[in-house]
Ligand binder design. Structure first.
Ligand SMILES: Nc1nc2c(c(=O)[nH]1)N[C@H]1C(S)=C(S)[C@@H](COP(=O)(O)OP(=O)(O)OC[C@H]3O[C@@H](n4cnc5c(N)ncnc54)[C@H](O)[C@@H]3O)O[C@H]1N2
Ligand code: MOO
Length: 402
């Protein structure tokens, strides 16, 4: 049997890093930058007002107060988008809006709330220091500054930043396109009636959603039965549009374990037992260069296998560190037994309180029990050498995406 580490290391050594694409910004979202993005200009590009109010020479209003207001003539209106050629001199003011270029000669902005709001002349009833409510050129980003370094995943704020420095496109390793396929004669589409012995396919929905949570784009392929030629054809058909393929079912020891049957020796695919529970039977390899992960059919096994093996691999394919899901240390409620020699992942409920994290194992730990998986928010990870974890001890807990 392979250890979890060995199996993951084999996968990570084999998966290709996706080539970068030059994409329009919104298409680049979720991608990982394959270039440094620097600002061609300082941000803000020019000194401008942070408030709607009046641009002044600060020394003109040094003595202004409610009791001794200063009245100044208003020589113009400056709004955002104006060309920035306006100017004032001492004794004058210009009305100015947020984001509008500061007129030459002014060194402070007085918000309209400190004034009577006048249009031809304005009464100002508070003094302001030099620099008041002025946003200086370059105080956010310097010219030439890298605002999004290579290796950054483009979330909303980074995309906004890239647009703010004027770039319409970015070179990114795109989100991996992952085709998800369930196999099994017993599977029916949700919404269709069940005959005796049948169940509704849940794995492909769960895994397609898990791909999205892991930063990929999931494409759910409808289920296929246990007919070897159809399974192989379906997988081969999908290679065209997939950066990776994830299947569930048909990898164990049964007479109908069709995925194992058709893929053994195909490409570089190999099947192994991994010393973990759930998720013992695993297959992985490359088909014409495309990684295929053949996960076990039991729903909990499929899900745990995805988080332990597929998620880090999808990250590696985008050039990101192949980090596992984050873990925390938590105080265990109740005793747990675990077979020595296997890594045990137990569904659990993790809560945070005044004393820190506590974790309560779910009642049902069978690998068919979706009920306890769906209500879990974490997995307790018991290492291979642990046979008993006692109530009150600290255990490692992997948080599940939510
Ligand atoms: N003699 C042995 N039998 C089994 C072993 C073993 O070592 N020796 N391993 C067990 C373990 S562990 C697992 S996990 C399963 C893996 O089986 P398969 O990958 O071959 O999966 P199937 O047999 O196709 O299905 C298993 C189980 O899961 C249900 N299933 C499958 N696909 C779906 C789906 N898309 N949605 C919902 N449920 C699904 C299926 O109906 C079965 O109940 O093998 C054990 N057996
Ligand atoms: O170890 Mo299997 O993968 O869960 O029941």
């Amino acid at each position: 049997m392979r250890t979890v580490e060995e199996h993951l290391a084999r996968i990570l050594a084999a998966v290709p890093v996706l080539p970068p694409l030059d994409l329009a910004l919104l298409e680049a979202g979720g991608g990982v930058l394959a270039e440094d993005i620097a600002s061609p200009v300082p941000l803000p590009p020019f000194d401008n007002s942070a408030m709607d109010g009046y641009a002044v020479v600060a020394s003109d209003i040094a003595g202004a107060s409610e009791q001794t207001p200063v009245t100044l003539p208003v020589v113009g209106d400056i709004v955002a988008g104006d060309d920035g050629v306006a100017a004032i001199r001492t004794g004058l003011t210009a009305r100015i809006m947020t984001g509008a270029p500061l007129p030459a000669g002014a060194d402070a902005v007085v918000p309209v709330e400190w004034t009577d709001g006048g249009g031809t002349s304005v009464r100002i009833s508070r003094s302001a220091p030099s620099g008041n409510y002025i946003r200086r050129a370059g105080e956010d980003v310097l010219e030439g500054q890298v605002v999004a370094p290579l290796g950054t995943r483009l979330g909303a704020t980074r995309l906004g930043m890239i647009a703010a420095v004027g770039r319409p496109r970015a070179l990114v390793r795109p989100r991996p396109r992952v085709v998800v396929l369930s196999t099994g004669n017993e599977l029916r589409e949700p919404g269709s009636p069940l005959a005796p012995g049948q169940i509704w396919d849940s794995n492909s929905f769960m895994l397609t959603a898990a791909v999205a949570e892991a930063g990929g784009v999931g494409y759910r392929q409808s289920t296929v039965g246990d007919e070897p030629d159809t399974v192989l054809e379906t997988i081969e058909d999908q290679l065209m549009r997939a950066d990776a393929i994830v299947t569930s079912g048909g990898v164990s020891m049964g007479t109908r374990d069709v995925v194992k049957e058709v893929l053994t020796g195909t490409g570089t695919v190999e099947f192994h037992k991994v010393a973990m529970r759930p998720g013992k039977p695993q297959g992985f390899g490359l088909l014409h260069g495309t990684p295929i992960f053949t996960l076990p059919g039991n729903p909990v096994s499929a899900y745990v296998s995805f988080q332990v093996f597929v998620r880090p691999a999808l990250r590696a394919m985008q050039g990101l560190p192949a980090e596992p899901l984050p873990t925390v240390s938590a105080v265990l409620e109740g005793d747990l037994k675990s077979p020595v020699g296997i890594r045990h992942y137990l569904r659990a409920s993790l809560t945070y309180g005044p004393g820190g994290y506590t974790v309560k194992p779910a009642e049902g730990q069978g690998s068919h029990q979706m009920g306890s998986l769906a209500s879990a928010n974490a997995l307790i990870v018991l290492p291979e050498d642990v046979d008993l974890a006692s109530a009150g001890s600290h255990v490692e807990v992997m948080r599940l995406p939510s």
